[in-house]
Design a protein. Sequence first.
Length: 65
Amino acid sequence: MMVDPGNHRRGLGRLLLRYAEETLLARYSTIRLETFVDNARAASFYEACGWVRADLVEGEGPAGF
């Protein structure tokens, strides 16, 4: 998921994330979110939205939340 930088800080990312969460949780009991380890901006955003950082999944590259 990505929001154009010109539209940051307008609530669009939260809206998109919430929609994805609701859609997925309607079908699955657990969902997993991943981002690259060095993407601090995304990690901060996901944590602010209530996601909890998990351990790095060995061999997969991105760290899961």
